[in-house]
Write a protein that binds this ligand. Structure first.
Ligand code: MCN
Length: 792
């Protein structure tokens, strides 16, 4: 795969073709879909974090105008929503997997838990009726704190999960780590909180269930990142509908950031209810509801220790993490703090011995699962804060300490002590380029100038690696995944030479309709506008695993390459027949088949037409048509890496931090569309700045109420919180997929939070502040300055 210089081909910044329909209001989102006879669902949710349901009286509500039906946990007669992963504890015991019924049976376990489904002729009527349902609760003590969940006396969320422990897992060589610590010259210790975040996709979740009595077929329209996985989980485990009778359609989806990967109980409820009331049933979340029902992200509390020798070489790393699962196990939740997190603890460093312990705990909070980066931001933040602290404690320059410990360029493939084998990377170059672009050398002059204005200026760095392109099925299967993570791709070449591409990935902001069209048009030599990308409908596409873990190009794109290889192989035989040559002598280049060493050639379009006119070639040897499907199962993850540098300025009088400059230099392998890549990095960095400075899901420790349930309290980054971000790439090719591409969708959110916080701490060092937790809000920064001042 080479960049061809084609203006719409691989490597070109083609404008996104899907944007025309989005920008002109012509997208079709789930809430835009109106099924004939559609009724509207409203879900009555628990106002308590933990309570017994003593009684539910629906009589008055049922008599209200426009009420079609009301269902409670007693009416629901199908299965619970399953988890997609199994994790075993250190002692070999399986994780505790509590039941998760779409409507609570006898107890609510978080604010927002689902108590009743009200279906009305209109949403307003359903909502009014829900307000008339009388629920008698017996309130119970609640636990929301990650750190305290397993402590004696904490409220118990599930009877089977002793001390609220879901699993207690470990990875690495403890004896080797202990031995290395015993001979360490210096040990740096750090306590890290990676706070809980709300994903906040622009389009709230929505789902429509439809049931056709004539055929017995169900259709679910839903805001999903992976419709086939939803079909599998919902069909096989929850509602027990055979897959051929269940269609799942994820139409245009307005962002997900991971939160729409999971199978949610609302999807099962509307589908189940549609058959009960014999009408399509639509549910659309509002923003307040999203805060108490969308799976949230992060929420880890860790202690880490790094052992160094006298020259600053890392000898060993020891990490102990508590991860909050919330009240229920969401689809991928158990693998986030374990296989997506602890396996990355080597980072970009040669640390020879690593040991990690992860305890997952249940609390009376919304379920926690993958959110952009899922596990890798947590690990990167921990490592880069720890390395920074080690530099300060040892007096070794922070850039030099990193360089001293980088995995050298010639050490690839590099086997880490925590399972992963990195295929390629060049951490020295990404660091050097970033230092230059950020003008690291000129920083002290900028600090001095800011000081004159009464401002505290700081600069911070983070050098990171992540594992994406999820995932090699053999690897994840052995680690507890309950499905393979390959991807499918189908290429349908029409008789006139235009192409429809079917992919099992799902685009909800990533621009696949453009980048996949670039890939296919460039490879087959057909015009960019003649390629249409279709995704998101289980009745149209072969079985696909969806979009998350920055997998779509590396895995989904590779499936398309495999399918195109098959197309080209067949077309070559047809072209050989047309040119009366042997297929072995025919080559395909720039959309043309030619006979080597002659001027004989036929264009791709003519071959496509011939494929559908079988009397033109030996039908006994070749089937008519030109359509191929391939499944691609990656051999390894892809390992994007890079260096992010942030410069901040803090007003000591108000504690307000302004990000003055941000530089991101990432290694993402072969790039299909530099403009889309830049946008992906921008988006991720903005989310990282949001986590570092602004965002936090805060729960009241006593009542378990979510205190940040609206944008008045949950602070999203806005345009004036973000500087113009300088993005560059320095790419080494992925060695095991046909494109050489690595993922880009999450790198911004992974590399940026530690760069920002390291910059904040660098700015605060002169006033004596040594630590701060995310988000470094103005009040927190101001208080830290005051207490450091009074401690002097
Ligand atoms: N790309 C490229 N060259 C590369 C890598 C990627 O041109 N070397 C292009 C791809 O073709 C694709 C885009 O960049 O158009 C992102 O590709 P990839 O890294 O494969 O990531 P995915 O498409 O699998 O997207 C998932 C990723 C994740 S995990 C989250 S979370 C996330 C993200 O994408 N959520 C997003 N970006 C998002 N962007 C938007 N607007 N909305 C979200 O919800």
């Amino acid at each position: 795969m080479a960049d061809t210089g084609n203006p719409t081909g691989i490597g070109a910044s083609v404008k996104r073709k899907e944007d025309f329909r989005f920008l002109t209001g012509q997208g079709t989102y789930t809430d835009d879909i109106k099924r004939p006879g559609q009724a509207y669902a409203y879900i009555l949710r628990s106002p308590h974090a933990h309570a017994e349901i003593v009684k539910i009286d629906t009589a008055r509500a049922k008599a209200m105008p426009g009420v079609v039906a009301i269902f409670t946990g007693a009416d629901y007669d199908k299965g619970g929503v399953p988890c997609g992963w199994q994790i075993h504890s250190k002692d070999g015991s399986p994780m505790v997997e509590p039941p998760h019924f779409p409507l609570c049976k006898d107890r609510v376990r978080h604010v927002g838990d689902q108590v009743a489904l009200v279906i009305g002729e209109s949403l307003a009527q359903a909502r009014d009726a829900a307000e008339a349902i009388a629920v008698t609760y017996k309130e119970l003590p609640a636990i929301v704190s990650t750190a305290d969940a397993d402590k004696p006396g904490a409220a118990q969320v599930w009877p089977d999960a002793k001390n609220n422990t879901c699993f207690d897992w470990h990875l690495g060589d403890k004896a080797a780590v202990d031995a290395a610590f015993a001979k360490a010259h210096h040990v740096t210790k750090i306590d890290i909180v990676n706070q809980r975040l709300a994903p906040n996709a622009m389009e709230p979740r929505a789902a429509i269930g439809d049931y056709d009595r004539a055929t017995g077929e169900y259709t679910l329209y839903t805001t999903s990142q992976n419709p086939h996985v939803i079909r599998l989980l919902m069909g096989a485990f929850v509602l027990q509908i055979p897959e051929h009778k269940l269609r799942v359609v994820a139409p245009d989806v307005g962002g997900g950031f991971g939160s729409k990967i999971f199978h949610y109980s609302e999807e099962a409820l509307v589908t189940w209810a549609a058959a009960k009331v014999r009408r399509p049933v639509k549910w659309t979340s509002d923003r307040s509801e999203a805060f108490i029902s969308d799976a949230q992200g992060r929420d880890h509390v860790s202690h880490a220790e790094l052992a160094l020798d006298k020259d600053g070489k890392f000898l060993a790393l020891r990490v102990s993490t508590k991860a909050n699962m919330g009240a229920y196990l969401s689809t991928f939740a158990p693998c986030v703090p374990t296989y997506l997190s602890a396996t990355l603890l080597a980072g970009v460093y040669t640390t020879p011995a690593i040991y990690a312990e992860v305890k997952a705990v249940f609390t009376n909070t919304v379920a926690v699962d993958a959110y952009r980066g899922a596990g890798r931001p947590e690990t990167t933040y921990l490592l880069e804060r720890l390395v920074e602290k080690a530099a300060r404690e040892t007096g070794i320059d922070r850039v030099e300490l990193r360089r001293k410990n980088f995995i050298p360029k010639d050490a690839f493939p590099y086997q880490t002590p925590v399972a992963l084998q990195y295929d390629s990377g060049d951490y020295f170059s990404t660091l050097d380029i970033a230092l230059k672009r950020a003008d690291w050398a000129g920083f002290e002059a900028r600090r001095a100038e800011a000081k004159k204005r009464g401002k505290l200026r700081g600069i911070g760095i983070s050098t990171y690696i992540e594992a994406c392109g999820i995932a090699p099925s053999a690897v994840v299967g052995s680690l507890g995944a309950r499905a393979g993570l390959y991807e499918c791709g189908s290429i349908r070449v029409h008789p006139t030479g235009s192409v429809t591409v079917f992919t099992g990935t799902h685009s909800h902001g990533q621009g696949h309709e453009t980048t996949f069209a670039q890939l296919v048009s460039d490879t087959l030599g057909v015009p960019f506008d003649s390629v249409e990308v279709s995704h998101g409908d289980t009745n149209k596409i072969p079985f696909g695993m969806g979009t998350y873990g920055s997998r779509s190009l590396a895995v989904g794109g590779s499936a398309l390459v495999k399918a195109m290889d098959k197309i080209i192989a067949k077309a070559t035989r047809i072209a050989a027949h047309l040119m009366e040559a042997s297929a072995a002598d025919v080559e395909f280049k720039n959309g043309e088949f030619s006979v080597k060493g002659t001027d004989k050639k036929v264009p791709f379009g003519q071959v496509a037409l011939t494929a559908y006119v079988p009397h033109n070639y030996p039908i006994t040897e070749l089937e008519p048509g030109l359509e191929e499907t391939a499944f691609y199962d990656p051999l390894n993850f892809t390992y994007p890496g890079g260096c992010h540098i942030c410069e901040v300025e803090i007003d000591p009088d108000t504690g307000v931090t302004q990000v003055a400059k941000f530089t991101a230099v990432d290694d993402i392998g072969r790039v299909i569309n530099p403009m889309i890549v830049e946008g992906q990095v921008h988006g991720g960095v903005v989310q990282g700045i949001g986590q570092a400075l602004l965002e936090n899901c805060a729960y009241d420790n006593e009542s378990g109420q979510l205190l940040t349930g609206s944008y008045m309290d949950y602070t999203m980054p806005r345009a004036d919180d973000v500087p113009s971000i300088d993005v560059a790439t320095h790419n080494t090719m992925c060695t095991h997929n046909p494109l050489g591409s690595k993922g880009v969708g999450e790198v911004g959110a992974i590399g940026s939070p530690p760069a920002v916080i390291n910059a904040v701490l660098d700015a605060l060092l002169p006033v004596g502040v040594k630590d701060i937790t995310m988000p470094a809000t103005p009040v927190k920064v101001w208080q830290a300055i005051q207490s450091a001042g009074s401690a002097k």
